[in-house]
Write a new protein. Structure first.
Length: 70
């Protein structure tokens, strides 16, 4: 199974740990490039995220999008 994961940011609990768990379950996980996701006090690049998503969706079986309300 090919899974796309869009976490709310790049913290390990929201990016690394869910990716590792999905891989342990047998999924191939792809996440956006680092510059597309929000950092500690820096917003993400929505144009880069959009381009990545449009490119990757044709190869994915599942899309997981995690949102965070600020």
């Amino acid at each position: 199974m090919n899974l796309l994961l869009i976490p709310p940011d790049v913290r390990p609990p929201t990016l690394d740990l869910p990716s590792q768990l999905a891989r342990m379950a047998g999924a191939e996980v792809r996440v956006p490039p680092p510059g597309a996701l929000p950092q500690l006090n820096e917003p993400g690049d929505t144009d880069l995220l959009r381009a990545w998503l449009l490119e990757e969706t044709s190869h994915a079986d599942v899309l997981v999008v995690c949102l965070s309300a600020a």
